[in-house]
Ligand binder design. Structure first.
Ligand code: NAD
Length: 273
């Protein structure tokens, strides 16, 4: 049996994932602000360091899989800067800190929860996405604060998806036997979309969210995808963003993906020199 780590394990998708992995007999270390094995605020660098140290110790230095679910939604009154700190840095900093423990497993898998808002919400602020990927946390949180929660949310999730695709193929991830992938859930029935903190006016907009399957997803359905990506059935999957959204992305953008590739000279030099 394996040592698995789940952030955001107190609620929603994280709780369903932790439950599913534990039911299969694995050791599961939950990370959240309260009520789990490791209590830490992943929205601060000190909290992330504390979490990495505590998780590594709990797992005896060897982690076989991580699912990063901790996040703040855009329908509640969270400042955009805090959303950047939790949703983006709370995943990438935490995962980067756990890389040595994942590498010791010999074969490991890390999953981040992105969102279908990355491809279906118009007007994502590109400067914020690029600041997450290539700037400092201070710059990115300042831009998140300016953008506000509604725009910052999909920006953090797009940055996460692009970070996964950029990093997964590098020597320090797949070269060390660590598969890195993302899940992009559609609208899932959790406290993030239907809890007491959700602004009722903003929640009304969800009734118009296009879902060909005709219903919201359940957290257990995302947990099943995470379980698959952690397991041996996904042994060839590296750097992908797997949409689990009841058809939302397909109905909004039927021909945008897969996109035909027109490599630049730089692309060719990078790949074949
Ligand atoms: P949720 O609110 O039920 O769970 C989020 C969890 O993250 C909570 O347990 C919360 O305590 C934890 N968390 C928040 N801030 C934290 C911090 N600073 N440090 C540590 N933990 C913190 O929401 P959910 O719907 O289960 O969301 C899980 C993930 O899925 C999130 O990343 C969310 O953005 C993503 N997602 C959700 C939906 C949806 O429709 N529910 C859709 C797409 C993506």
């Amino acid at each position: 049996m394996a040592n698995f780590v789940v952030t955001g394990a107190r609620s929603g998708i994280g709780a369903a994932t932790a439950r599913r992995l534990a039911e299969s007999g694995n050791t599961v270390v939950g990370v959240d602000v309260a009520d789990v094995e490791v209590e830490a605020d992943l929205g601060t660098s000190a909290g992330r360091r504390t979490a990495v140290a505590a998780v590594t110790e709990s797992c005896g230095g060897v982690v076989h899989g991580v699912v990063c679910c901790a996040g703040l939604g855009s329908l509640s009154a969270h400042p955009g800067g805090k959303m950047v700190a939790v949703n983006y840095y709370g995943a990438v900093d935490f995962l980067s800190g756990l890389r040595p423990a994942l590498g010791r497993a010999g074969s490991a898998s890390a999953v981040v929860i992105s969102s279908s808002s990355t491809t279906t919400q118009p007007g994502i602020p590109a400067d914020l996405v690029h600041a997450c990927l290539d700037g400092t946390e201070d710059e990115a949180t300042a831009l998140g604060e300016t953008a506000g929660a509604l725009a910052a949310y999909p920006a953090t999730k797009l940055a996460l998806a692009w970070w996964v695709r950029r990093e997964a193929v590098q020597q320090n991830w797949i070269g060390e036997g660590i598969r890195l992938n993302a899940i992009a859930p559609g609208m899932i029935d959790t406290p993030m979309t239907g809890g007491p903190d959700v602004n009722p006016e903003l929640a009304k907009a969800l009734d118009y969210y296009p879902v060909p399957m005709g219903r919201r997803g359940r957290p257990e359905e995302i947990a099943a995808v995470a379980d698959f990506l952690l397991g041996p059935g996904a042994s060839l999957i590296c750097g992908t963003v797997l949409f689990a959204d009841g058809g939302t992305d397909a109905v909004c953008r039927p021909t945008d993906w897969p996109a035909a590739w027109s490599p630049s000279n730089d692309d060719l030099a990078r790949l074949f020199s």
